[in-house]
Ligand binder design. Structure first.
Ligand SMILES: Cc1cc2nc3c(=O)[nH]c(=O)nc-3n(C[C@H](O)[C@H](O)[C@H](O)COP(=O)(O)O)c2cc1C
Length: 157
């Protein structure tokens, strides 16, 4: 299996999980960079608005071609119950190149299934696995066992 981890992170929580997954899978990771300003109170408000409107954004150029990987593991923070604009844009631009997909998210709350259903629809294929983590468990490093189980299932024959 040749996986690629792709994530967006506004404040570092999803990045921490993405990097842990890439480390556990010994694979490349791509952090998506959004050209739109997302920091500060205005960035926060804009992010929620853009997500709820399902708006696309402009990304910095990506490094890795997803067509060269047999599994793309996509990670996003939940914004307004849905995907961050950066991950929505990455999927729109690259979905034709995905062979198989898996999803992960980080969130303040606990409701992740609608997000995963939407990601499945946008990717036009079901994920081989999903992982939802709360921001507070990532910050407490309590997520490592869940990351390990997620990776074990990906690597199962
Ligand atoms: C604009 C915005 C909207 C959010 N909406 C939700 C939400 O609908 N549900 C939820 O559980 N968390 C929500 N959150 C919390 C984030 O999903 C959570 O803090 C996440 O771990 C942040 O990840 P990051 O540090 O990688 O950006 C929202 C955060 C932001 C900035």
């Amino acid at each position: 299996m040749k996986p690629l981890v792709v994530f967006y992170s506004r404040t570092g929580v999803t990045k921490q999980v993405g990097e842990a997954l890439a480390h556990a899978l010994n694979c490349e990771s791509e952090e998506l960079l959004d050209k739109k300003k997302r920091s500060g109170p205005l960035g926060f408000a804009r992010s929620g608005r853009d997500a709820r409107a399902k708006k696309l954004t402009t990304l910095e150029e990506i490094t890795y071609d997803p067509a060269l990987y047999d599994l793309v593991i996509l990670g996003t923070p939940i914004w307004g119950g849905t995907l961050s604009s950066a991950v929505r844009t990455y999927i729109a631009n690259n979905k034709a190149k995905f062979k198989r997909v898996a999803f992960f998210c980080t969130q303040g709350g606990t409701k992740s299934q609608p997000l995963f259903d939407e990601m499945e629809a946008l990717c036009e294929q079901p994920p081989v696995n999903v992982l939802a983590l709360q921001q507070k468990e990532v910050k407490a490093a309590a997520y490592q066992e869940k990351v390990r189980q997620f990776v074990d299932r990906l690597q199962a024959p």
